[in-house]
Structures are given as structure tokens and as C-alpha cells.
Design a protein around this ligand. Sequence first.
Ligand code: SF4
Ligand code: SF4
Ligand code: SF4
Length: 251
Amino acid sequence: MSPKPTVAFFEFTSCEGCQLTVVDSLQDHPELLDAIDIVQFREAMSEKSDSYQIAFIEGSCTRPSDEAKIRAIREKAAIVVALGACAHLGGINAIRNRSDMQEVREYVYGDKANWFPTYEPRPISAIIKVDAVLPGCPIDRNELVKAVTHLLQGRMPQIPDQPMCIECKLKENVCVYTQGKVCLGPITLAGCDAICPTYGDGCEGCRGTISNPNFQSLREVMLEHGVSEEEIESRLTMFMTNQILAMAKAQ
Ligand code: SF4
Ligand code: SF4
Ligand code: SF4
């Protein structure tokens, strides 16, 4: 058994951009690479061991057959971290949850639709208990480094539950609504240093919502700024489809 914490990376339905961010970030932090023993990481190495303490899972669960694999990872790992919006929220893959699944399958696979038993994309937490989340599409490099440092110190990574607008205001950004743009900052979980508004774009909500998002109030703000109902729906469901569907179901 390695004297260092053993770490494995896994991917389900995703673009693997979050794992790429991990590779990129760890190259700048050799001290972290020295402190852990990565035993499985298909995107970065060929060696593979099934004995690990910390599992990072990227990607959403999109097939019934994914579930057993995700459960097997949970059984082996002491700590499971959801890596990125796909694993955290179902991600951009969940846009299709607003449509009929058979129609979506036929649109993508044509007359081979029944060969692919996909179902509604869901976050990893819909299948297993997740100990921590690194949100974002892709994940934030600094947050990853902080999370690995915390794990090495025996602490669980924590994401402050506050909206993007706070982070954005602390950066003294001019609100993009005053420039005729749309932003989901009032309901989105901060932590990415408000990177999109800082560069003049509205936040698209890739980090998911804070714990008590006021969708109604944000809708009113958007309507006041001349955003159409259709565009509001499209913005709110880019990353938050599952959260919105869950809220509608609960009402
Ligand atoms: S969260 Fe975004 S960057 Fe990460 S795997 Fe999913 S689509 Fe790719
Ligand atoms: S740009 Fe977005 S995040 Fe920044 S203050 Fe305006 S609404 Fe909030
Ligand atoms: S500002 Fe919004 S869309 Fe941009 S990275 Fe942060 S959470 Fe994602």
C-alpha cells in the first residue's frame, strides 16, 4: 500500500475538459503531485490500479449501466468528489431532459436509436453519496488546488454558499445588465472569481445555484431588461435543467 493518499479519476458522460483542467493544474503544482499517488487516470497515464482512497468522478450518469460502475467506485473509495458540472448537476447533457427521451435518441441515432439505452442524464449524487463537489464547466483551477490541499490536510473541500453577484461586486465589475447583456449571477454559486462578468460576459450558471435561488426575482429582472420568455428558459436550462425540473416537481 502506498504511504501517500491514493487517488483515482473516472469519467462518465462528459467532454473530459475537467480532467484536462486537472492535468493542466497539477503540472503547475508539483508539490501536490509529490504528496499523492495517482493510481488511475486514463486521460493522463496507462498504469491502472483498483485500490484507491479518493475518487474524482467526472461526467453525468446517462445510462442504467453506468449505475453499477458508479456504485463500485463508491464501495472502494473513502472519499468521492464530483468533478465539474456534468457530475455535479447532470451538466449541459441534462438539456435533453426537457424533451421526450425516445425522440432525442431517434434524433441522434436515427434508426439505431434502440441500440443505445440512454436515459435522463443525472448527477452522480442521484446514484451514490458524494462527499464533495468541485463545480463549474470546467472546474476552477484554484478551487481544485485548494480542494486537493484540504483533502491532504484531512479536511473536506467546502464551497461557500453565496451568489456570484457578491464576488462580482468585490471585483468592482460593472454589471453586464447595464450593457444590455444577461447574467445568472444572482442565483449562481460563487467561487470562480466571477470570471465571465469580469471579462464582460454574463454568467451562464455553470456552477449551479446557491441553496436558496430566487428564480422568480431573477425572471422579473430579465423581463425588465427586455429578455424574452424563450431566452429566459434557454438561459436557465443550460446548466440548471435538473434543478428546475426538481423544483417544478416539488411544487
Ligand atoms: S463540466 Fe464541462 S468541461 Fe467538465 S466534463 Fe462536463 S462539459 Fe466538460
Ligand atoms: S454582472 Fe452578473 S454577477 Fe455581476 S453584478 Fe451583474 S448580475 Fe451580478
Ligand atoms: S461566471 Fe458563471 S458561467 Fe462563468 S465560470 Fe463562473 S459560474 Fe460559470
